[in-house]
Design a protein around this ligand. Structure first.
Ligand SMILES: [Zn+2]
Ligand SMILES: [Zn+2]
Ligand SMILES: [Zn+2]
Ligand SMILES: [Zn+2]
Length: 116
């Protein structure tokens, strides 16, 4: 027979306090201290939450506005960059060809400025 002495689970984050909530994103059992009641998620997830939808974990941050964004709320700009849908919709960024033109233009401009 196995002994089941643990009646109350401990918080998966601090390991000290009694877990009273379950994070809806990562499913960790967490104590009151480590839980964000407004969002219904643990503090760890709250720190990495998408700042647009506030419901999914972010995968990157937008290089233009600096906000954390999830895959759903961001658009792949090139191999390395993703921008948030807000910046994209605001027309701050043009995709692919237009974008590289813009970058080339900016490089030329900066060279010109240096020479002068
Ligand atoms: Zn805790
Ligand atoms: Zn969590
Ligand atoms: Zn999102
Ligand atoms: Zn942005």
């Amino acid at each position: 027979m196995k002994e089941m002495k643990q009646s109350k689970p401990l918080c998966d984050i601090c390991g000290v306090n009694e877990a009273v909530y379950t994070c809806k994103i990562c499913k960790r059992n967490v104590c009151k201290e480590d839980f964000d009641e407004d969002k219904g998620i643990c503090k760890i997830c709250a720190a990495t939450l998408c700042q647009i939808c506030n419901s999914r974990l972010s995968v990157t941050y937008c290089p233009y506005c600096g906000r954390l964004v999830c895959t759903e709320d961001s658009i792949q700009l090139d191999n390395v960059r993703r921008v948030c849908i807000d910046c994209y919709r605001n027309g701050a960024i043009k995709l692919s060809k237009n974008n590289s033109k813009y970058i080339n233009g900016a490089i030329k401009l900066s060279k010109r400025v240096k020479i002068v």
